[in-house]
Design a protein around this ligand. Structure first.
Ligand SMILES: [Zn+2]
Length: 341
């Protein structure tokens, strides 16, 4: 593990385990997800997912998590999806078709770059609502590639997050067209390192680095896709696992950190949504550092999960109720942050 010289904080990477201890104690909570000493009881999804009992989001009649769970299942059915695999290609097609069906235009941002194994081609998918009239203001993102490991389906890393964005893409235009029109949905390729560990600017984060460079250059130059820099970004990574535990990077841009803490406190979700002890090297990092786009990484506490980067990260690792809560928290952060503008 190689910390970045510019960082004084301990550095975790989504692909290199550095800090493996957590000391937070779980507490009972009457709000979803229902916490027990064993964590979320995902066998009780149907009851917990009754929208009438949820009090997080102001969007009514949206069965949060339901479609995301089905999308996760469908993506896993394509098999493993490291770059250049059949499953990877099928996932691209799936994302594109699902979004185009509900009013989004999907652009392919393909590029070739050097990797430890020579030149490779990657493709980010970027979606905007067809009725959008302005440059995007909010970037919601996740990575769709999976690490190349035998039989590794990467259910929560990050098929579930792609699935959550698809659910938002399908439902948000019906509930809040003004917000949908301000959004850019981004599906990063090549988050995972081809070698075991992410090494910044050398291996891993390929898609987010390219996207961030493009955005920075475009805003400062031709303005082909971005008339202005969006206000902020939200990255989702590992937000659908059983016994949900999210820990965002400690160096999250202050305004977003404050919004996150306010939303979490307002809905009494402190036992599920916390802060990691260090910085995390994930796709939000180039968005902050290269594009200068303040971005929060809503990321599961991978350092404490024994299923992370193993074949146990399969569909049985995914809880519809965890997706339900994470999606609502992401939407709440989005709306609260926009009010600060
Ligand atoms: Zn990973």
């Amino acid at each position: 593990m190689k910390p970045l010289s510019s960082l004084t904080l301990p550095l975790l990477t989504a692909c290199t385990l550095v800090c493996a201890t957590t000391t937070s104690c779980r507490q009972e909570s009457s709000l979803p997800p229902v916490a027990t000493s064993e964590g979320v009881d995902s066998s009780n999804i149907a009851a917990l997912n009754n929208i009438e009992t949820q009090s997080i989001s102001s969007y009514k009649g949206w069965d949060f998590g339901k479609e995301a769970y089905l999308h996760t299942q469908n993506i896993l059915d394509f098999g493993v999806r490291p770059i250049e695999s059949e499953g990877h290609k099928k996932t691209q097609d799936y994302i594109t078709k699902k979004l185009e069906k509900c009013g989004w235009s999907v652009m392919r941002q393909s590029f070739t770059t050097s990797t430890p194994y020579g030149e490779r081609t990657f493709t980010n998918l970027i979606a905007r609502h067809k009725d959008a009239t302005t440059t995007p203001n909010v970037v919601l993102s996740a990575h769709y590639d999976a690490k190349q490991l035998d039989n590794f389906l990467a259910a929560d890393d990050a098929a579930s997050c792609v699935a959550a964005i698809l659910e938002i893409g399908e439902n948000l235009p019906k509930h809040d067209q003004e917000l949908a029109k301000q959004m850019e949905l981004v599906f990063f390729d090549g988050e995972e390192a081809l070698k075991p560990n992410i090494v910044y600017l050398k291996d891993g984060l390929y898609g987010s680095i390219y996207y961030s460079q493009y955005l920075r250059n475009d805003v400062n130059g031709p303005k082909k896709l971005y008339a202005n820099k969006p206000a902020f970004g939200i990255l989702l990574d590992m937000i659908g696992h059983n016994n949900l535990s999210v820990k965002i990077p400690i160096d999250t841009p202050y305004s977003l950190l404050k919004t996150y803490l306010d939303v979490v406190a307002k809905h009494d979700l402190q036992d599920r949504f916390g802060i990691a002890k260090g910085s995390i090297l994930d796709d939000h990092y180039p968005m902050n550092e290269i594009a200068g786009l303040p971005t929060i990484d809503i990321i599961g506490d991978f350092s404490s999960k024994d299923w992370w980067h193993t074949t146990d990260d399969n569909l049985s690792n995914i809880s519809q109720n965890s997706l339900n809560v994470s999606i609502q928290v992401a939407l709440e952060i989005m709306n609260a942050q926009l009010l600060k503008k």
